[in-house]
Write a protein that binds this ligand. Structure first.
Ligand SMILES: NC(=O)c1ccc[n+]([C@@H]2O[C@H](COP(=O)([O-])OP(=O)(O)OC[C@H]3O[C@@H](n4cnc5c(N)ncnc54)[C@H](OP(=O)(O)O)[C@@H]3O)[C@@H](O)[C@H]2O)c1
Length: 253
């Protein structure tokens, strides 16, 4: 049920953290994976490592792309289609947060940057990939949202708004495209040990407080999210769409 042999997946932000773990796990299950981030050399290094682990099989392709730029997203999709012929799985993972602090202090530019990078680009990319999925009557979209999209925050409110928007976006795609056998689901991770959240988990006081508030008594690792993404991209979740799965060690309960 978890086999992805013959499937092609685009994963944005796949050079580090959660995106990289997802790409590695999907390749381990036989998928052809497109490794994407803003840095070409980092994309190539991850793609090379995946191909080496696959015994020289060319499962991974490096395609740099800044998700905030529409023309680069279009090139990402066009080049993937040229190389692999189809896109079965889209993982919208890359995101930005450029403001920490009260929402009253965020400037228009930072507000627009967060909404554009996290939400508008996800909307764009989904709609660049969806027509091919409609044609083939098959597709799975996985959006990496956040528990920040499910509850309020004194520090990362605008980021939370963008992440809540992503959850609404998968619901709408589910409703509009379910008739074509296309599924869209979101994952809402809690605190995961990646560069993105380094300032939080490197702060011993914050980390301790967070662990004490978490039923599983630890923060997450990228692999904790990769397993759920694999589930949502595979046949194992064939009757699930429009949902958000919270993967946070229980901290929100
Ligand atoms: N870590 C957490 O605690 C946590 C919790 C909840 C949700 N999330 C979500 O999980 C997702 C992945 O985060 P992560 O923690 O794995 O972050 P990460 O370790 O910092 O990795 C981010 C990845 O995205 C790429 N990236 C950043 N900006 C980009 C852009 N504009 N265009 C294309 N690629 C870009 C980075 O590569 P380059 O810098 O080379 O472009 C890198 O590959 C994000 O959507 C985040 O909101 C994370």
């Amino acid at each position: 049920m978890f086999d992805l042999t013959g499937k092609t997946a685009i994963i944005t932000g796949a050079t580090r953290g959660i995106g990289r773990a997802i790409a590695e796990q999907m390749a381990l299950r036989g998928a052809q994976v497109v490794i994407s981030s803003r840095k070409a050399d980092a994309c190539q290094a991850v793609a090379d490592q995946i191909n080496q682990s696959a015994g020289g099989k060319q499962l991974a392709l490096a395609l740099p792309c800044n998700i905030g730029l529409k023309d680069q997203l279009k090139t990402l999709v066009d080049e993937t289609l040229r190389h692999f012929g189809k896109i079965d799985i889209l993982v919208c993972n890359a995101a930005a947060n450029v403001h920490h602090g009260p929402s009253a202090t965020i400037g228009d530019e930072a507000f627009a940057k967060i909404i554009d990078t996290n939400l508008k680009s996800t909307h764009w990319l989904c709609h660049m990939v969806l027509p091919g999925m409609v044609q083939r009557r098959d597709g799975a979209i996985v959006v990496i949202s956040s528990i920040a999209g499910l509850r309020g925050s004194k520090d990362i409110g605008t980021y939370g708004i963008s992440k809540a928007g992503e959850i609404a976006l998968v619901r709408n795609i589910a409703v509009e495209f379910g008739q074509y056998n296309i599924r869209a689901n979101a994952i809402a991770p809690g605190l995961i040990k990646t560069d993105f959240a380094r300032a939080l988990w490197e702060n011993p006081a914050y980390l301790n407080e967070r662990i004490n508030a978490t039923p599983l008594r630890r923060i997450g690792e990228p692999l904790d999210i990769a397993g759920v993404a694999l589930f949502l991209a595979s046949k194992a979740s064939a009757f699930m769409t429009g949902q958000v799965l919270v993967v946070d060690g229980g901290v929100t309960v």
